[in-house]
Design a protein. Structure first.
Length: 327
């Protein structure tokens, strides 16, 4: 579906989407912006008029430097996800193309995921499920409360702030670890990445929401796990390369932490022979913490907010990325 057929001789902004949305959503965009020509494709390879696109909507993972070179008119890339590590940054920097992403789009589902998984671990949900399957009535399985615990969020952006906000209901002490260490909404304490060890000491829950950039591959070393409580739960829903497989396995096998909950893995899909699968101190979910039926509407809301600024004066007020930093 496109809104082609504008008057000849008039400059028409062309927006190419390397993904199809629902017919309803596509029609809404066309009707809201009659002066823009939208072209919707299933993939970047199908985008036959990429060379005319001024704006590109993409999830980013299939975009190459060759596509950038082909897109001679391209000025702005809107990445419909928070992850941008697969973008061809060198080509983007050379062309001085602006980039925005959907940072913050995952904050509600991912905060719910983290809290749900931590509660499930503390309330022994998986063991009770096994009991039910075996028709066993046993009230002696231990359970714990998450009230008045300590949570450290490493990579405390919008998702971490939402998690911290919810955790206040449970009187949980919240600690933020960020690149700068600046104060964060809903967090009781804030630390810079250089203060990681201090921020980890005494934490019952360590939730990692780090992006995949040079300084985070890997980020957690043996010293980090040694600093954690021996009954700490480590939950990673940022990127799987933040911790090396052997480092995490050693921490679990040596009793330095109690359990690891992993929604992101060093390889995805995780190979069937990988030791994580059968480890009794690891819970795996297949990179679903951010999944939500509201994903596309929220991503396009960010796009439209930026589009409004772009049409007026070329500004992109929300989630502009610095390609030289990679975030």
């Amino acid at each position: 579906m496109t809104n082609q057929g504008k008057k000849e001789g008039i400059h028409v902004m062309i927006v190419v989407s390397a993904t199809h949305f629902s017919e309803t959503i596509e029609q809404q965009l066309i009707e809201r912006y009659p002066a823009i020509s939208f072209y919707f494709y299933h993939s970047i390879e199908e985008a036959v008029n990429l060379n005319k696109a001024e704006v590109l909507l993409t999830y980013g993972e299939d975009l190459t430097s060759e596509h950038i070179n082909q897109a001679k008119a391209l000025k702005w890339i809107m990445v419909l996800s928070a992850g941008i590590e697969e973008l061809p940054f060198e080509a983007i920097i050379e062309r001085e193309i602006q980039v925005t992403n959907a940072r913050g789009i995952h904050k509600k589902p991912m905060a719910e995921y983290a809290l749900g998984m931590l509660l499930a671990q503390y309330r022994n949900v998986y063991q009770f499920d096994k009991q039910q399957q075996n028709k066993v009535w046993n009230q002696k399985l231990p359970t714990r409360e998450i009230n008045q615990r300590v949570l450290t969020v490493v990579g405390a952006g919008a998702i971490g702030e939402e998690l911290a906000r919810i955790c206040r209901i449970f009187d949980i002490e919240t600690r933020a670890v960020s690149r700068t260490g600046e104060d964060k909404p809903y967090f009781d304490k804030s630390y810079s990445q250089s203060e990681l060890i201090t921020a980890l000491r005494g934490a019952d829950f360590v939730v990692s929401i780090l992006p995949s950039v040079a300084e985070t591959r890997p980020f957690y070393h043996k010293e980090a796990f040694k600093a954690m409580k021996r009954d700490a739960i480590f939950l990673n829903m940022g990127r799987g390369d933040a911790v090396e497989t052997e480092v995490l396995l050693d921490a679990l096998n040596e009793g330095e932490i109690e359990h690891a909950i992993l929604d992101v893995l060093p390889e995805e899909p995780l190979p069937v022979e990988h030791p994580f699968w059968m480890h009794d101190k690891i819970t795996i979910t297949p990179h679903i913490s951010g999944k939500s039926k509201m994903y596309v509407p929220r991503a396009l809301s960010i796009f439209e907010e930026n589009l409004s600024g772009y049409l007026v004066d070329g500004s992109l007020p929300v989630n502009q990325i610095n390609p030289k930093r990679g975030y």
